[in-house]
Design a binder for this molecule. Structure first.
Ligand code: OGA
Ligand code: NI
Length: 331
């Protein structure tokens, strides 16, 4: 079955990286978005005019000052379903190590990466390109490697063994992110007025999938995207970006560029939090733009509560549109 998958892929698989490396001056037709879905770079909303929340977590562990941080989190969740965090406790050496390992992975020869290619969404480790390359109408300018990451000891042996440092460096980052996710979940529950141990068991059993994304420089960034508009299906996503490129949709349906802040991480609410909070908090719709000059990397640590949780709350769930639903199914 797996072999069959690979041969289907080999027939048509072209990574975004190989297109960039081949020096194409136009994007191939399959990457051109219909005019209404193009990012309109330059004409999108002035980022400076909107104050996107940046929250300092330094005082989260100080009982006297914690309420203030919790209040900031509440405001950000209500206003955007999104915030950036600083003083989050993950050291810059762990972050740099992960980015370095990912850079080396995507720089490997195509044959080496193809050893991990699969179009099966249930594969615990999977290299691929775009979103759903074999079925989608339009392709996206993105390569990725995705792997289950929690519990680490269960999955890490399946992760790439090339480059040699990958398991160690990305493993350290994944563990640190899992811990941070636990602290953020408690803070978000508290901001909703719920006990911090409300979902303790579910959080412990929940899954963590690490999507490591690579968006190579693109010759025509105004007519292509790295990822289409979507919301993440899980509870929380912790995103690390190497440069600017993410856009979020604000409550007035305007696309807003998320500024790059050195050392910061991005927190995005997913659909499970929207459901769990009875819609008081909304998941954030976001997309990824590409650019002409540099390759952008990102680590999206996607945290989800166990399946039965989803079922427990699913009556409240409203999908925004079918395109998005399809996207979430293939994530
Ligand atoms: C994702 C995602 C954003 C980015 O992986 O779900 O939205 O900047 N990534 O790569
Ligand atoms: Ni996403």
């Amino acid at each position: 079955m797996e072999e069959a998958n690979k041969s289907v892929f080999n027939d048509c698989f072209t990574s975004a990286m190989s297109l960039t490396d081949s020096g194409v001056s136009r994007v191939p037709t399959r990457y051109i978005l219909p005019p209404s879905e193009r990012p309109m770079l330059g004409s999108s909303i002035d980022t400076d005019a909107i104050n996107l929340p940046v929250i300092d977590l330094f005082h989260l562990h100080n009982p006297l000052l914690r309420p203030r941080v919790i209040h900031e989190i509440e405001m950000a969740c209500k206003g955007f379903g999104f915030f950036q965090i600083i003083n989050h406790g993950i050291s810059s050496s762990v972050v740099k190590g992960a980015i370095d390992a990912a850079t080396r992975f995507f720089d490997l020869p195509a044959d080496e990466k193809m050893l991990l290619v699969s179009d099966s969404f249930h594969e615990p480790v999977r290299y691929g390109t775009s979103i759903n390359h074999s079925t989608e109408k339009v392709h996206y300018w993105r390569d990725f490697i995705k792997h289950y990451s929690h519990p680490l000891s269960k999955w890490i042996d399946l992760w790439p063994s090339n480059p040699l440092c990958y398991k160690e460096k990305v493993g350290k980052y994944a563990e640190a992110t899992h811990l941070l996710h636990k602290q953020l979940t408690e803070a978000i529950l508290e901001s909703l007025g719920l006990e911090t141990n409300y979902l303790q068991e579910e959080t412990k059993e929940g899954s963590q999938v690490m999507a490591v994304n690579c968006y190579p420089s693109c010759p025509e960034p105004e007519i292509a995207l790295g990822m289409p508009p979507h919301s993440d299906y899980g509870s929380l996503t912790i995103l690390l970006q190497s440069s600017q490129g993410l856009q979020i949709m604000d409550r007035n349906n305007n696309w807003v560029c998320v500024p790059y802040i050195e050392g910061a991480l991005i927190v995005q609410l997913g659909d499970q939090v929207e459901v769990m909070s009875n819609g008081i908090y909304k998941s954030v719709v976001h997309r990824v733009t590409v650019n002409k000059d540099i390759t952008r990397l990102s680590f999206a640590s996607l945290h989800s509560l166990p399946m039965d949780m989803k079922e427990r709350y699913h009556t409240e769930k409203i999908h925004r549109d079918t395109q998005e639903e399809q996207f979430m199914n293939c994530q």
